[in-house]
Write a protein that binds this ligand. Sequence first.
Ligand SMILES: [Zn+2]
Ligand SMILES: [Zn+2]
Length: 173
Amino acid sequence: MSTTLSLFRLNVGFIVHQTAGYSREFPFEIDKISTDEDLEFYDLLGVVTVSRTTEGLLLQFKGQAQTKAECGLCLEKFDQPLSLDFIEMFTFPSHADKDTELVLPEDLNIDLFPLIREYLYLDIPINPTCKPNCKGLCPVCGENLNQTTCNHNEEPNDPRLSVLKSLLDDESS
Ligand SMILES: [Zn+2]
Ligand SMILES: [Zn+2]
């Protein structure tokens, strides 16, 4: 049996009352989520497996999403794929001994949204590129070299390079 998470609140009351070792999968599919930072994640698809342990509940996420990114080379907007692959432990309040631990809320409703958002953020590359072999922009005329060719990529004709080359030749001779 599976349940699609329509919202990010997961009621885990019935899992808490199972014995350690019990686990249950919750597939989720979410069109779009917006964040405060003007960033949108969309096409979220995955599954969260909730396992009852002696210490609390273990949540294991496996999934994917996308966000709009701008290529650092050609400056085009593109769909940046993101992966959602992480494990978090929600400890029973009676077992929690550190402030840093995630503790199961009293009402046994876990808000998954902050977790999902945080891990998607972490997966955004610092320098996104639209594809591995993006040709970028021509440094002379600014044309997107993925879409067009200009006459500026024949490097030997660059006068600055010729000057530099002759200087180097002088030095080595
Ligand atoms: Zn690009
Ligand atoms: Zn050019």
